[in-house]
Design a protein around this ligand. Structure first.
Ligand code: NDP
Ligand code: 2IT
Length: 450
């Protein structure tokens, strides 16, 4: 039966055309060797079975733009593993999306969802379609068309998509409408819905808030907190906005944010009315963060990432919260963060640090909150949305927030404990991979060959 190192080698060879997927598999599996002591995992060939998705669905999406041009693209849904619950994970609508990107995200989701302790398997989907620069009507037609095929593959007990890059409350509304019309069912088939038709309070805030609850827990274990800390956030989308808000509430000063056009540096901190301006700009007006720089007369670094700016300007930062996209922090950026005096990196985005960057964090002994643990708050509240939908009730915000905080603390605890039990105390990347894996692997063994 294939051992961990053999599986890594096979995946590298077979999927060399899907580099993000290979990276994600290697990141997880290189933590798992100590779990080979559970003989049944090898007996049941769990490692090799784990890296092959249950099902990959690729479908045609035809839509019409405002000038009556008929466009065609591919839609994807990767149903990776449903050992512990229905497939669950977001949809990403962005330029350049291809199968390898969706597979990496679906694979990550298996372990993240397992860490939440809720019954959710791993899945992800999306399309090579950028919502940026599109009219509402174009987005609406695209979403209807996307769901006119996806509906036959999903269901509240089968597969429950949600948002990710380029898919927020608006897109979920259109997608849900199409599902409801085709199936004539009002069920919890998508999460991230607006509150009025079945969404959960705190779901929009959940990933960013959860990231800060996790980060606070990680700091507090070392006798530190966020009060007075200078924080760099990248991105200014759903995750970044609510990370900025919660970090500020916890007493930190968030001085960086960014988007695909560039980075702003606001030494005073992005708080109060300024945060509200940024939220409205990105959530409602889909504008560029450059507008923030102009309105508040702060520096704007065109076409630079937050990490480029820190590297080039040598600005002091205590905590880095990457919340934009994969591989945004490379080895050189990580070196620059160490020089800038960073004590912790905690990942809001999925796989934002390259393997070289992660090695540098560890070699320099800084605290590292890996994505699948630190950003699990979003999918955790999605799980709570599924529970509320199945009971036909909606909890108040305080109740959801309390549950979110308790889930994030528990993820920290589980990851830390696994890091100790398997021989690398304090290595949360290692611990989160192992803790997330064990639950899924045990379930797979209970099922036998299926
Ligand atoms: P959004 O679409 O709301 O925001 C994405 C933000 O990142 C925008 O500011 C966007 O800029 C910027 N961005 C996107 N691509 C790039 C790029 N290539 N380079 C630089 N900046 C970029 O997405 P989310 O906030 O939902 O997602 C951000 C990250 O968090 C992703 O990695 C996602 O997978 C992850 N995540 C999301 C969760 C959720 O619940 N939404 C849960 C867990 C993780 P612009 O405004 O110019 O488009
Ligand atoms: O990466 C993620 O965890 C998400 N985009 C959220 C998935 C979800 O089902 O809420």
């Amino acid at each position: 039966m294939a051992k961990v190192h053999e599986v890594i080698a096979k995946v590298k060879e077979r999927y060399s055309n899907e580099p993000e997927f290979v990276q994600a598999v290697e990141e997880v599996l290189s933590s798992l060797e100590p779990t080979e002591k559970h003989k049944e995992f090898l007996d049941y060939n769990v490692y090799e079975r784990l890296v092959e998705p249950d099902r990959v669905i690729i479908f045609k999406v035809v839509w019409e733009d405002d000038s009556h041009n008929i466009k065609v693209t591919q839609g994807y849904r990767v149903q990776f593993n449903n050992a512990i619950g229905p497939y669950k994970g977001g949809l990403r609508f962005r330029e350049g999306v291809y199968l390898g990107e969706i597979k990496f995200l679906a694979f990550e989701q298996i372990f993240k969802n397992s860490l939440t302790g809720l019954p959710m398997g791993g899945g992800k989907g999306g399309a090579n379609f950028s919502t940026r620069g599109k009219s509402d009507r174009e987005i609406m037609r695209f979403c209807y068309s996307f769901m006119s095929e996806l509906f036959r593959h999903i269901g509240p007990y089968t597969d429950v998509p949600a948002g990710d890059i380029g898919v927020g409350a608006k897109e979920i509304g259109y997608l849900y409408a199409a599902y409801k019309k085709i199936r004539n069912e009002h069920t919890g088939v998508l999460t991230g819905k607006s509150f009025e038709y079945g969404g959960s309070l705190i779901r929009p805030e959940a990933t960013g808030y959860g990231l800060l609850y996790f980060t606070a827990e990680m700091l507090s274990h070392k006798g530190m907190d966020l009060n007075g800390k200078i924080v760099a956030v990248s991105g200014s989308g759903n995750v970044a906005l609510y990370a900025i808000k919660k970090a500020t509430e916890m007493g930190a000063r968030v001085v960086f944010a960014s988007d695909t056009k560039g980075t702003i540096y606001d030494e005073e901190g992005i708080s109060g009315e300024k945060w509200e301006f940024l939220r409205d700009l990105k959530e409602n007006r889909r504008g560029s963060i450059k507008d923030y720089a102009e309105k508040y007369n702060v520096p704007f670094f065109e076409n630079k990432s937050v990490w480029d700016v820190i590297k080039e300007q040598g600005i002091k930062v205590d905590i880095a919260l990457p919340c934009a996209t994969q591989n945004e922090i490379n080895g050189e950026h990580a070196e620059a963060l160490i020089k800038a005096g960073v004590i912790a990196v905690s990942e809001g985005a999925n796989m934002p640090s390259t393997p070289e960057a992660i090695k540098i964090y560890k070699d320099n002994g800084i605290l590292f909150g890996p994505a699948k643990a630190a950003n699990a708050g979003g999918v955790a509240v999605s799980g709570l949305e599924m529970s509320q939908n199945s009971m036909f009730i909606q909890w108040d915000a305080e109740e959801v927030d309390r549950k979110l905080m308790s889930i994030m603390k528990n993820i920290y605890k589980k990851s830390y404990e696994a890091s100790e039990a398997y021989g690398k105390p304090g290595d949360l990347e290692f611990g989160a991979n192992i803790a997330g894996f064990l639950r899924v692997a045990k379930a797979m063994v209970y099922y036998g060959l299926y």
